[in-house]
Design a binder for this molecule. Structure first.
Ligand code: AMP
Ligand code: MG
Length: 522
């Protein structure tokens, strides 16, 4: 079988953190989808994947000659409750490949059969949810949001049983790494301090090489992860993304989005929005995600705490207690800083979405407060009138050019919008004056272009995703999936010339969204 140029640093450098395990061959493998742009990014040639080779390769029936598949161990807090052993119950890491840009990327299967971590599960995945991983990963990527991505999907020709029999599939996932908060929790929960220390060193070498000489490496890693998550959460919120299951085993160290099970995008703006069928308390609601990220980071900090003691030191004693207390205090400073980091990242995003320059790097608390109020009032307007989040932002570009009608049309009571628009215009002018944009018509054109480059025309609309997955699952028709994928790859480009694509960008009927439920049982 063709080689993928795989390396195996995880298995080599972290003995005891994974177990070798082979995919379970499937009955009738068939390659359904290859991500050509991602293959190119990886420097892999999809040419040899035509026909039987690709079918066998991406269903796990035959492996690249240089694959050394392993199931990774991890633990995790799921909906707040700790499971000391989760692990890859249906995933396998084939190895890592250095991509064209010199980045080490994991190549892993999902749905490739049972592993020692499968517990009661079948180790398999259904086609629909794997195609959802493709769509969401590519959508987030095209929006500029760090994410794991799918390289391929292969049908297994076997049924998997969920609430009904469904066609099975194997996904090939590419990630900056599969290190998660839960990976660290696995070893912390077992008091396995040396593996934990090696894990920190490995994570730093892979994601934060500049921190290799930091005096307190665990603390430095915690800070780096917290800063990445602060930014990631800001990006999710800025496009209305709801992950749906932000358990600590689904939070990466790399800062990439991962595991798109019950995820969904906001339609009408409401921070309490929850789509997941099992999230009764709204733990993972849209507006709660940053608080949950902080909670997860606190669990990460706890997992790293045992590293405050020097290697080989006794575990108990006054000196040890003092060292642990100090480490906990230092970690607490990072956890407490997270909301401010996130707020700053989010303000940057909102400002861009409002077409504002902000204070160009200078500290300007008054301007920050005024812009925060402008944003708050805008969101309050959207919420009060149940306005489509994505459309409202997009039509700000038209308003910037003096055409308010498309935006106003989204509001049941557009009169409420007018005073806000006046404030926004005044604020835009303030920026234009400060930046020397003296020709108002040119400034408007330029602002509209900037707005259209950050406020997507199309997101992965829930009803369109469901339609695409249903066509693939129920009729074996991948046409709607392919078309939606094409549209999501260019989210900022409006396509009035293509009514078929324009249709995909339309908000769902309110009744659809009100009844929409997403599921974890993938
Ligand atoms: P997830 O909800 O996909 O993040 O998975 C949470 C945990 O459940 C992980 O340990 C998975 O490996 C495991 N899991 C999910 N689905 C299955 C399945 N069908 N078979 C075995 N393990 C599974
Ligand atoms: Mg997971």
């Amino acid at each position: 079988m063709p080689r993928f140029g795989l390396e195996h640093s995880y298995a080599r450098e972290l003995p005891g953190c994974s177990v070798p395990c082979r995919p379970v061959p499937v009955a009738a493998p068939r390659l359904l989808y290859v991500n050509a742009p991602l293959a190119e990014e990886l420097g892999l040639d999809p040419g040899p994947w035509q026909g039987e080779v690709g079918d066998a390769l991406f269903a796990g029936n035959r492996l690249p000659d240089d694959a050394e598949p392993i199931a990774q161990a991890y633990a995790g807090h799921q909906f707040g409750g700790f499971s000391p052993q989760l692990g890859d119950g249906r995933a396998l890491l084939l190895g890592e490949r250095i991509d064209g840009a010199g980045r080490r990327r994991d190549i892993a299967f999902k749905g490739s059969g049972r592993t020692p971590f499968s517990r009661g599960g079948d180790g398999r995945a259904a086609l629909g949810p794997m195609l959802r991983e493709v769509l969401i990963g590519e959508a987030l990527h095209a929006l500029g949001i760090p994410t794991t991505r799918a390289l391929a999907v292969a049908a297994t020709g076997e049924e998997v049983w969920r609430d009904r029999p469904l066609p099975g599939a194997v996904l090939t996932r590419v990630a900056a790494s599969h290190l998660r908060v839960g990976t660290f929790q696995f070893f912390a929960a077992r008091g396995a301090v040396e593996p934990l220390r090696r894990l920190v060193d490995y994570a730093i070498a892979r994601h934060d090489p500049a921190l290799a000489a930091a005096p307190d490496r665990a603390l430095a890693l915690l800070r780096a992860v917290a800063q990445r998550q602060a930014e990631l959460l800001a990006q999710w919120l800025s496009v209305g993304f709801i992950h749906g299951v932000m358990n600590t085993d689904n939070m990466t160290i790399s800062g990439e989005s991962i595991d798109f099970g019950p995820c969904a995008f906001l339609e009408a703006y409401d921070p309490a929005t929850v789509f997941s069928s099992i999230d009764h308390g709204g733990r993972y609601a849209y507006g709660n995600q940053a608080a949950i990220a902080r909670w997860n980071l606190a669990r990460f900090a706890e997992a790293l705490l045992p590293l405050a003691l020097p290697p080989g030191a006794a575990e108990e004693g006054p000196e040890q207690e003092a060292a642990l207390r100090q480490a906990a205090e230092r970690a607490g400073v990072v956890i407490d800083a997270f909301p401010a980091w996130h707020a700053a990242a989010l303000r940057r995003r909102w400002r861009a979405k409002l077409g504002l320059d902000g204070a160009s790097g200078r500290d300007d608390a008054a301007l920050d407060a005024a812009d925060d109020a402008l944003l708050r009032d805008w969101l309050a307007l959207l919420q009060a009138q149940a306005v489509d989040f994505t459309r409202a932002w997009r039509h700000l570009a038209d308003a910037a050019e003096g055409r308010e009608a498309p935006l106003a049309a989204l509001f049941a009571e557009p009169a409420a919008l007018s005073p806000w628009l006046a404030r926004w215009r005044a604020r835009c002018e303030q920026d234009d004056v400060a930046s020397g944009r003296l020709d108002p018509a040119a400034a408007a054109r330029e602002r509209a272009a900037r707005l259209r480059a950050v406020n997507p025309w199309i997101i992965a609309r829930n009803q369109r995703v469901e339609e695409a997955l249903a066509a693939a699952t129920d009729a074996g028709d991948l046409g709607p999936f392919a078309q939606l994928l094409q549209a999501l790859r260019e989210p900022f480009t409006e396509r009035p010339d293509r009514p078929d694509l324009a249709r995909l960008a339309e908000p769902a009927p309110t009744a659809f969204t009100a009844a929409y439920r997403t599921f974890c049982g993938t």
